[in-house]
Design a protein around this ligand. Structure first.
Ligand code: FAS
Ligand code: PHB
Length: 392
């Protein structure tokens, strides 16, 4: 058993773990990232697509922004549609801000590629990882790499290991405060090298249910449709998905949906989840390890970024100024923004999806909501300021 010591042991090399590692190393703080999967797996996952300035500001601060600035698409608005009603939310005019369409996959690749230059160590294929003594002054993490058992002793552990990671389970159930809301549908997504049907995102609801037209570039589209919870990917040949997308977007956009072979297809369940115990002793949770939002509001990745902005500031204050106030207030600061993002994502999900068993009256409420949105700058402003990301 080899034993090493570091200041911060980071579990997980998703956006949360990678951004935290870079921000700490940029201040010369000793840390390392332990990742269960191999590099290829981590760099191949297709997930989020829309970045708030919360996230792009961190990438600019780190100087890991060249590809994001050259390939990212600046979006000054997005669209909400129901039936033949389409409302453009002019986020630039309403908030002075924009969002950037740049795939999480690309962001992750950029952060991993920049790790060596920052002297940020990422241990891939760290198996059988366990957390120990997280509520003591000497927490540690054990794992197995290439058949060798290893121990990392640390001052702090950052649980950035996503919804299914071990960090949350290292917190006693008696101290856990969690809230969960499951939705009766998931999102079936497809990535294809075809031109997008519109130059801005369109979130559409209608008799056939929700659909989202997004993109990764002027030649690469990302589409989603809602499917019943528990749906199997094998029940969705590509042609069936394209037919559904045709039916949901053609009346709206002036280009129609261009078909092409799928580069990737996947189904993700939708849930809202908050684990409020984001600190226990010297263990801090960040990102999906602590919360999940339905992707309707494009908040998941961006919430991970705001958690990391708070946590990195707190750790930098602790090591740089012997100031532990950021650590003491991390949980309450992060939760304040998390709950507002949960509210926005839940609200937009309820507005833009067809719920099984929905009454005719509830369906009319969805239609009336969009009619009101079409004429209310106050409501459009409220949606815009949440979509671009509330202040840190
Ligand atoms: P991540 O889950 O990205 O990363 C956690 C990391 O920890 C992973 O690399 C994992 O391998 C590692 N890990 C887990 N267990 C471990 C262990 N035992 N030991 C070591 N490492 C371990 N958000 C949006 O905003 N828009 C979207 O469209 C969107 N689509 C999504 C689709 C899917 C299928 C999923 C699952 C999520 C989606 N999200 C979306 C949310 C997603 O982008 C997350 O918010 C984002 O990945 C959060 O980043 P992390 O907190 O770093 O967690
Ligand atoms: C995406 O492009 O993957 C995307 C965009 C906006 C969302 C969700 C996903 O709300």
């Amino acid at each position: 058993m080899s034993v090493r010591r570091t200041k911060v042991a980071i579990i997980g090399s998703g956006p949360a773990g990678l951004m935290l590692g870079h921000l700490l190393r940029a201040e010369g703080i000793d840390c390392l990232i332990l990742e269960r999967q191999d590099r290829e797996y981590v760099e191949s996952r297709i997930r989020a697509g829309v970045l708030e300035t919360t996230t792009t500001d961190l990438m600019h601060r780190l100087g890991i922004d060249a590809r994001m600035d050259s390939e990212g698409l600046i979006e000054d608005g997005f669209n909400l549609a129901d039936g033949d009603q389409l409302v453009r939310i002019d986020i630039k005019a309403l908030t002075g801000k924009h969002v950037t369409v740049y795939g999480q996959t690309e962001l992750t690749r950029d952060l991993i590629a920049a790790a060596p230059e920052r002297d940020l160590e990422i241990v891939f294929q760290a198996g059988d990882l366990k957390l120990h003594d997280v509520d003591s002054a000497r927490p540690s993490v054990t794992f197995v790499k290439d058949g060798l058992a290893q121990t990392i002793e640390a001052d702090f552990i950052a649980g950035c290991d996503g919804f299914h990671g071990p960090s949350r389970r290292a917190i006693p159930a008696s101290l856990a405060r969690e809230y969960t809301q499951e939705y009766p549908f998931g999102w079936l997504g497809i990535l294809a090298d075809v031109p997008p049907c519109h130059d801005e995102l369109i979130y559409a609801n209608g008799p056939r249910g929700f659909a989202l037209a997004s993109m990764r570039s002027p030649t690469r589209s990302r589409y989603y449709i809602q499917v019943p919870r528990g749906e199997k990917l094998e029940d969705w040949p590509e042609a069936r998905l394209w037919d559904e997308l045709d039916g949901r977007f053609n009346p709206l956009s002036n280009h129609g949906v261009t078909r092409g072979p799928a580069l990737e297809m996947s189904i993700a369940p939708l849930r809202s989840y908050v684990f409020e115990t984001m600190r226990h002793g010297r263990l801090f949770l960040a990102g999906d390890a602590a919360h999940i939002v339905p992707p309707t509001g494009a908040k998941g990745l961006n919430l991970a970024a705001s958690d990391i902005a708070y946590l990195s500031d707190a750790l930098i204050g602790y090591y740089g100024r012997n100031d532990d106030s950021g650590l003491l207030h991390y949980q309450e600061r992060a939760l304040s923004r998390i709950w507002k993002a949960e509210r926005f994502s839940w609200t937009l999900t309820r507005l833009m999806h067809s719920f099984p068993g929905q009454s005719p009256f509830e369906r009319r409420m969805q239609i009336a909501e969009l009619d009101y949105l079409a004429q209310s700058m106050a409501m459009q402003t409220a949606i815009a300021e949440n979509y671009v990301g509330l202040p840190l």
